[in-house]
Design a protein around this ligand. Structure first.
Ligand code: HPA
Length: 275
C-alpha cells in the first residue's frame, strides 16, 4: 500500500464533515490506565473508528475504538479512546495513520499515555513516568516508505521528540498528586508476549526504565510532522524477572484501575497548566 497525503486527508475530511468543521489543537491518545478519561470531554462529538474512511480498527481488549472531539480545560481536543499496536498485526507504516489524520485536522501538540512495566528497580507499581526518550531496537519505522513532504522531511531529528517544555510542565505537576512522578526512558517491545527476564536485564543495561508495546510509532509520526509530544507511562507492574512471579494482563488492568482516579487528577492538572 502506498500512502499519500490525500489518503489521510480523506479520513480528516470525513471527521470535519461530521463535526461541523471542528478544529482540534491538542491530540490525546488514551492507553490502558486512562481509558475512561474521555468522559471528561465537554461538547463532545464521538466518532467510532469504524465510521471513518481509511481508519484502522481497534482489536485490543479495554480499548474502545472511538475518536472524541470536544473541549477540556479550555483545550480543543481530538482524543483517541483506544489505540493501535503492532501486535494486533498492523505494520509500522499503518500505525502512522492516526497521528497523521490528527495533524491534518490541525493539532499542534500530542499527549500519549500508556501502561508499562517498570524496568528500573527503584520504581514502584503505580508510579507515573514522564517519557524523556525512548529506545526501539526493532528496525521497523512508521516513516518507512515514500516520504510525504506535506508532513515532513525524509530525514529528521528526534533528539527533542519528547518536548522538554512539556516534560518540565508534567514534572512540575508532581506537586498536585500523591502519585510518584518519575522521568525516564521508555523501551519499546513489540509484544504481545511480555518480555523475557533476559530481555529486561538487557534493556536495563541499555538505559531503559520502563517496558511497553505502544507509543513510539505515534511519537515518531508526530516528530516527523513537527508536533511536540508528551508521553506518560503508568507503571502497572514490575517488568519480567524483577519479581519472582509471572506477569499477567490481570495485574496490568488491576493496577491501572487502582490508580486511574489519581492519574486522572494528575492528567487534568497538566491540562490546566498547559497554556
Ligand atoms: N511489558 C510490556 N508492556 C507492558 C508491560 C510490560 O511489563 N506492562 C504493561 N504493558
Amino acid at each position: 500500500m502506498e500512502y499519500t497525503y490525500d489518503y489521510y486527508k480523506k479520513s480528516a475530511d470525513y471527521i470535519r464533515s461530521v463535526s461541523g468543521g471542528f478544529q482540534p489543537e491538542l491530540g490525546i491518545v488514551l492507553g490502558t490506565g486512562l481509558g475512561e478519561y474521555d468522559r471528561n470531554i465537554e461538547n463532545r462529538i464521538e466518532i467510532p473508528y469504524g465510521d471513518i474512511p481509511n481508519f484502522l480498527v481497534s482489536t485490543a481488549p479495554d480499548h474502545a475504538g472511538k475518536l472524541i472531539l470536544g473541549t477540556i480545560e479550555g483545550h480543543k481536543v481530538c482524543c483517541m479512546s483506544g489505540r493501535f499496536h503492532s501486535y494486533e498485526g498492523y505494520s509500522f507504516e499503518q500505525l502512522a495513520l492516526p497521528v497523521r489524520v490528527m495533524k491534518v485536522l490541525g493539532i499542534q501538540r500530542l499527549i500519549l499515555t500508556n501502561a508499562a512495566g517498570a524496568i528500573n528497580t527503584s520504581y514502584s507499581v503505580g508510579d507515573i513516568m514522564v517519557i524523556k526518550d525512548h529506545i526501539k531496537l526493532t528496525g521497523a519505522s512508521p516513516l518507512a516508505g515514500p516520504n510525504i513532504p506535506e508532513f515532513g522531511q525524509r530525514f529528521f531529528d528526534i533528539g527533542n521528540m519528547y518536548d522538554k517544555e512539556l516534560r518540565t510542565l508534567a514534572l512540575n505537576c508532581a506537586d498536585a498528586t500523591s502519585l510518584t512522578i518519575r522521568e525516564g526512558v521508555y523501551f519499546f517491545f513489540t509484544g504481545p508476549q511480555y518480555e523475557t527476564p533476559a530481555e529486561i536485564r538487557a534493556a536495563r543495561i541499555l538505559g531503559g526504565d520502563a517496558a511497553g508495546m505502544s507509543t513510539v510509532t505515534e511519537a515518531l509520526t508526530a516528530a516527523h510532522c513537527g508536533i511536540p509530544v508528551l508521553g506518560l507511562s503508568v507503571m502497572t507492574n514490575m517488568a519480567a524477572g524483577v519479581l519472582d512471579q509471572p506477569l499477567t494482563a490481570e495485574e496490568v488492568t488491576e493496577t491501572s484501575l487502582r490508580v486511574a482516579g489519581e492519574f486522572e487528577r494528575y492528567f487534568t492538572e497538566i491540562l490546566r497548566r498547559l497554556l
